[in-house]
Structure formats: structure tokens, C-alpha cells
Design a protein around this ligand. Structure first.
Ligand code: ADP
Ligand code: MG
Length: 348
């Protein structure tokens, strides 16, 4: 078979890790990104820097590839749809459109009889006045949020006066869940009832940013099974192709909720690189490039810690790692507060 050329939209750490996984499969990667310093250019075979509305460049990019995927969900639907007319985009653009909008995403999940947090749509400030029973809550922009960006914890209505929130954007108000634990399930779907599940991962956030992930998650058998079943239902209903992650909350009464869906590989799955024979990245590429599905084997328990901002510095300066420790530097040009700079996975 001739060599496959995979287009990837987005050039962050997920694009880098996808490119690395592609090497093993002899798939060439061409990355398109609107950041000229995108770290993934250090890992891919070809890098194209341009804006997401530059039709000419996008067409040029699409023509070079056999199939196209993306590493983050906040890509304009129009862009994905245009590309899809030239080369197939997987997961489908309609999946991305649904999931990138927090309200549409939650409506979709609830229709499957799967529990989410309680939520209400907020279009103008006065909408909040009638929503006392959603407090304490978190006000979130309906689109474009990640790593806690665009989120405002609200305890009392009068707090809003002090916050200068731009109500020209759409918002969702979510009731705060009294969290016992957060977990995620990563699934790679190849076709109808044809998927592979990674075991649930336990996640700890600091300042709404993922800090630690580990397997096995300390959860009941019941939660373990339910989380897997819900992830399967979601992937099947979306007719999803590729790797998808479902983030869950578990409250103090052992109720499970879907928090959100990521239509892509996910930070909590970085430990699959070392803990499984096939990582979430390799599986994503296998699925979107119609390559063979190989039996998935867990090799070890593992924990991962994200290196945020200047936490990366000592590791760059040659901290000695043990044989069971794996350090990843995303090679981002600038260290910034709250920016994910790298991670360490430890097999345990
Ligand atoms: P992002 O798109 O930034 O990942 P999330 O909705 O996943 O946004 O929120 C980030 C984190 O903030 C969650 O993983 C959780 O720790 C906390 N959080 C968000 N919404 C709620 C909620 N309704 N109840 C409790 N914690 C929440
Ligand atoms: Mg999240």
C-alpha cells in the first residue's frame, strides 16, 4: 500500500504526540496551525502555518493529504466542512460542531438518558435572576473554553455585579457538583460496535486544570461499568471514528455524571503511551486511517503528572529519572503561567 499522509489541524502537544505515534505506523503527518511557534512542527513531517479562514492555504493543505483529523475542538465548523468537501475529515465535522457547544453537547447526552450536571442557558444577565437553585454554580462560555478558561464560579447572584462578564457571548450556568472524584474514559471507535476501551482513569484538577491522572482509578465496580457503558453509548450514537474521551464527575453520594466530551485524544490519556501496548494516539491514527485494529493490552499501572508553567524547568536541567519514569517536554517556545509545558508518566 502506498504511504498514507495524515493531515492534522492544530499544532499543540496533542498534535506532537499524534505525529510521534504516526512514525511507528509509517504514516506521514502534515500539520496545519495558526500559530507560527506551534510545538508540533518539531515532530511532524510537514508544517503549514496559516489562519483557519485562509481558504487557499487550507485547500492546498487538504490536497496534500489522504485523510484529515484535528487535535482540538475549537475549530470553526465552516473550516472543517470546507475541508471535508476535498478530503474526508474524521471525526466528522458535525460531531465537532455538536461537542464544541456546551449546551448542544449536554442536550445530546441527556437525550441518551445519561446524567449530566444540571444546567441552564444564559443569554442575558437578567436570565440569572430566576436561577437561584442552580447556585452555587459555574458560569461557562458555551464555546471556546478549555483548561478552565471562560469559567466563573458564582455563589450568589450579587457577585455578578463585581464581575465584568461580556454577555454578548452565550453562557451556560451549571450547578456545582460536590465532587468526590473525577474520572475519564478513553475509547477508540473503528466502526459499528467495533471499539477499544482503555480502563477508567482517575483525574485530579488544580485551578480547573488537569494536574494528575492515574490507573487504576479507585472506583466501585458499578461506576467502572457504568462509565464504560456510557462512553460506548456516546461513541456509538455519534458514529464516531477515532479516539474520544468522556470526562465524568462522581459526587459524594456515588452518582455518576458526564461532565464533558472531548472529540479527540485527551491529556488524561497521556499515560497510555507507556502503560499500554497501543496508545490513545496510535489508536486514533489506526482508526482514522483505516489501519488494522490490534488487541489492546495493559502493560502496567501508571500515574501521570502535568508540568505546568515553570514546573518544567528543573526537568529540563537534567533531573535524573528512574527506569520507570518517562519525561515529555512539549518544546513550547515560551513558558507561561498555567500553560501545560510537559508531563511525567511513572509506571507503578
Ligand atoms: P474545560 O473545558 O476547561 O476542561 P470543564 O467543564 O471540564 O472545562 O471544567 C474544568 C474543571 O472544573 C472540571 O474538571 C472540574 O474539576 C471543575 N468543574 C467544572 N464544572 C463543574 C461543576 N459543575 N461542578 C464541579 N466542578 C466543576
Ligand atoms: Mg474538561
Amino acid at each position: 500500500m502506498s504511504e498514507i499522509k495524515l493531515g492534522i489541524i492544530g499544532g499543540g502537544q496533542l498534535g506532537s504526540m499524534l505525529s510521534n505515534a504516526a512514525k511507528k505506523l509509517n504514516v506521514k503527518t502534515i500539520i496545519y496551525c495558526d500559530d507560527k511557534d506551534a510545538p508540533a512542527q518539531n515532530f511532524c513531517d510537514e508544517f503549514i502555518f496559516s489562519s483557519y479562514d485562509n481558504k487557499e492555504k487550507i485547500t492546498e493543505f487538504a490536497k496534500k493529504t489522504n485523510v484529515i483529523t484535528y487535535e482540538f475542538e475549537n475549530i470553526p465548523y465552516e473550516t472543517l466542512n470546507e475541508i471535508n468537501k476535498i478530503k474526508s475529515v474524521l471525526p466528522k465535522p458535525s460531531v465537532n460542531r455538536l461537542i464544541q457547544h456546551r449546551l448542544a453537547e449536554k442536550d445530546f447526552v441527556n437525550k441518551l438518558n445519561i446524567r449530566t450536571t444540571r444546567y441552564a442557558s444564559i443569554e442575558k444577565k437578567s436570565d440569572l435572576n430566576t436561577l437561584e437553585d442552580f447556585l452555587p454554580g459555574i458560569l461557562k462560555t458555551t464555546t471556546m473554553g478549555y483548561d478552565g478558561k471562560g469559567q466563573y464560579p458564582i455563589k450568589k447572584i450579587d457577585q455578578l455585579e463585581k464581575l465584568s462578564i461580556d454577555f454578548s457571548k452565550g453562557y451556560i450556568l451549571e450547578k456545582l457538583v460536590k465532587l468526590k472524584k473525577e474520572i475519564s474514559v478513553i475509547i477508540t471507535r473503528f466502526g459499528n460496535n467495533n471499539y477499544q476501551l482503555y480502563e477508567p482513569i482517575e483525574n485530579t484538577h488544580e485551578d480547573q486544570i488537569l494536574k494528575y491522572s492515574k490507573i487504576p482509578a479507585q472506583i466501585s465496580k458499578d461506576i467502572f461499568n457504568k462509565a464504560n457503558d456510557w462512553a460506548i453509548s456516546i461513541a456509538e450514537e455519534l458514529k464516531y471514528i477515532g479516539t474520544l474521551c468522556v470526562e465524568f464527575f462522581i459526587d459524594r453520594n456515588e452518582n455518576l455524571y458526564v461532565n464533558e466530551i472531548a472529540p479527540r485524544v485527551h491529556n488524561s490519556g497521556h499515560l497510555t503511551i507507556n502503560a499500554y501496548n497501543v496508545s490513545q494516539f496510535e489508536n486514533h491514527i489506526r482508526a482514522v486511517c483505516s489501519l488494522e485494529k490490534v488487541p489492546l493490552n495493559k502493560l502496567s499501572n501508571a500515574k501521570m503528572v502535568n508540568l505546568i508553567g515553570n514546573q518544567i524547568i528543573p526537568f529540563r536541567e537534567n533531573i535524573k529519572l528512574k527506569d520507570n519514569e518517562f519525561f515529555f517536554d512539549y518544546l513550547k517556545k515560551e513558558i507561561k503561567d498555567k500553560r501545560k509545558m510537559g508531563h511525567i508518566t511513572t509506571l507503578i
